[in-house]
Design a protein around this ligand. Structure first.
Ligand code: C5P
Length: 211
């Protein structure tokens, strides 16, 4: 089984995906971490993440260890990730790995769960189940703000809100694989749900019609 989970930053899609994967014993891939790793590689080289040729070169030579780097989750890496993600050749370089993960999950798991922006539309358009997770932008900003503070980053709420708005706009307006809900995806609004409730909704949808 392949489960595709998409949605904007801090919508709760990662938590839902991780918990589903644990519950179903499926392999889990946070595809955002791939774009973040490319971005971190570009930033560490002191280069411009919007430069298509540079971003592509870093995607092709990506060091997989960067996906575990402590700086991966910083606000700066997130903003740069959305810039490298707008580069078509970066996306095509990362596509094969994601599709392969979905079709042949590691450790012979019975299924794969991928979360991102274009999983249900581009990476796995034939996924068995698709969920598009949303939440009110102010609530997402609040969540991201707390997460950054928790990691010791000097965050300012208004700045976090602006960054999210900018990232949402860039992710949904880019030409290549823009963020959007697949026609056959269930819409899950987590604005007023806690993580347990969001997980239960997702699980009910994923297991509906299966034995
Ligand atoms: O999900 P996360 O916030 O970690 O993703 C970082 C950035 O990577 C997003 O803002 C988006 O631009 C990009 N991304 C993407 N396609 C995916 C996953 C992430 O374009 N499937």
């Amino acid at each position: 089984m392949i489960i595709a989970i998409d949605g904007p930053a801090a919508s709760g899609k990662g938590t839902v995906a991780r918990r589903l994967a644990e519950h179903l014993n499926h392999a889990y891939l946070d595809t955002g971490s791939l774009y973040r790793a490319v971005a971190l590689s570009v930033l560490r080289a002191g280069a411009d993440p919007s430069d298509a040729a540079i971003a592509s070169a870093h995607a092709r030579d990506l060091d997989p260890n960067l996906t575990e780097d402590p700086d991966l989750r910083s606000a700066a890496t997130g903003a740069a990730a959305s810039k490298v993600a707008a580069v078509g050749s970066v996306r095509s370089t990362l596509l094969a790995f994601q599709r392969n993960f979905a079709v042949t999950p590691p450790n012979t798991r019975p299924g794969a769960i991928l979360d991102g922006r274009d999983i249900g539309t581009v990476v796995c358009p034939d996924a068995d189940r698709k969920i598009f997770v949303i939440a009110d932008r102010k609530i997402r900003a609040e969540r991201r703000f707390k997460e950054l503070l928790g990691r010791g980053e000097a965050a300012i709420y208004a700045r976090v809100l602006d960054d999210l708005q900018e990232r949402d706009a860039r992710d949904s307006s880019r030409v290549d694989a823009p963020m959007r809900q697949a026609e056959d995806a269930m819409l899950l609004d987590t604005s007023h749900l806690d993580p347990d409730q969001a997980f239960e909704c997702a699980l009910a949808f994923v297991t509906s019609g299966t034995t």
